[in-house]
Design a protein around this ligand. Structure first.
Ligand SMILES: [Zn+2]
Length: 301
């Protein structure tokens, strides 16, 4: 299974349009530090790719990678659909950018799809342009593109019931608001776990991490106090739905105990010192054998 990292930033990206914090200002001055919204593409069979999360940068993310370009027929695209980890705006706004297609396949938990339709109204708004087709995913693996000799089984590990702010009043009580995706290649026997939003280290998440050959995990905040220290929110990192990287209960300690494969962090907020490859925090992380995913990197599993 081939995977391509299309972006590694949390909501807002780096730089964020209305932010002059040191991280954003640095990325404006040094384009090599810029990060697009966190996203991934993976190939299920030759010439057939899926996006994981549809970000506001989706158009640029497609253009940056030739394997995702249309052709040779004028309207043939290798993009077969979108798999969602949750319904946050930075993971769903890109769906509207796919309206020129005949249909958009959305693979997600039932709760996330209800948020996209009943909360965002994307099915209604887009119906004059295209058709949304839901493919539900849950803990039981589903083979993607079996008729095309696809070898990827997708499943979802619920990781939190944190809902997007716009969905707070929706009458939905699902526990699958946020999931970690397991992508298992039946040909190679190898598995990727993609979890860009992790509020707490649950036993199910721990098991999935321990089984995976590669883990790409929530690195939104370096430590618990980062949102408050930067004037972003009075809440802690965990209070904002993101387990921090460091600290006694941080993800780095947990990963060091349970991960057996390679590990990369993604979904970095623009306040995160890990955005700067030369930072002391990056050195500390590397000493623990952990790294930040690079924009555009390829992972073969
Ligand atoms: Zn900023």
């Amino acid at each position: 299974m081939r995977l391509r990292v299309l972006g590694t930033a949390a909501g807002g990206g780096l730089p964020q349009w209305n932010c002059a914090c040191p991280g954003c200002a640095g990325a404006r001055a040094h384009p090599e530090l810029r990060r697009r919204h966190a996203s991934l593409a993976f190939k299920t069979s030759p010439g057939r790719w899926y996006l994981v999360n549809a970000t506001p940068d989706l158009g640029e993310q497609i253009e940056a990678h030739p394997e995702l370009h249309p052709g040779p027929a004028r309207r043939h695209t290798p993009l077969a659909g979108v798999v969602l980890t949750d319904a946050e705006l930075d993971h769903t706004l890109g769906i509207a950018r796919l309206r020129e297609g005949e249909a958009v396949e959305i693979w997600s938990s039932p709760t996330t799809y209800r948020a996209v339709t009943d909360g965002l109204g994307l099915d209604r708004v887009l119906s004059p342009y295209t058709e949304l087709r839901h493919r539900p995913i849950g803990p039981r693996p589903v083979r993607m593109d079996p008729d095309l000799a696809g070898t990827v089984d997708v499943s979802a590990v619920p990781v939190s019931s944190k809902r997007p702010r716009y969905a707070r009043t929706l009458d939905l009580d699902g526990q699958d608001w946020v999931v970690a995706l397991r992508l298992h290649d039946t040909a190679t026997g190898r598995t990727l776990l993609y979890a860009p939003s992790v509020a707490a280290w649950t036993p199910a998440l721990g098991d999935a991490v321990a089984e995976a050959d590669c883990v790409i995990l929530d690195g939104t905040f370096w430590d618990e106090d980062e949102p408050g220290r930067n004037g972003m929110s009075p809440a802690t990192s965990t209070g904002m739905g993101h387990l921090p990287v460091t600290g006694a209960d941080g993800s780095a300690v947990r990963l060091a105990r349970s991960a057996r494969g390679s590990v990369y962090y993604t979904h970095l907020n623009n306040t995160n010192p890990l955005n700067d490859p030369a930072s002391e925090e990056n050195r500390v992380l590397a000493e623990a054998g952990l790294h930040v995913a690079a924009e555009g990197m390829v992972i073969d599993l």
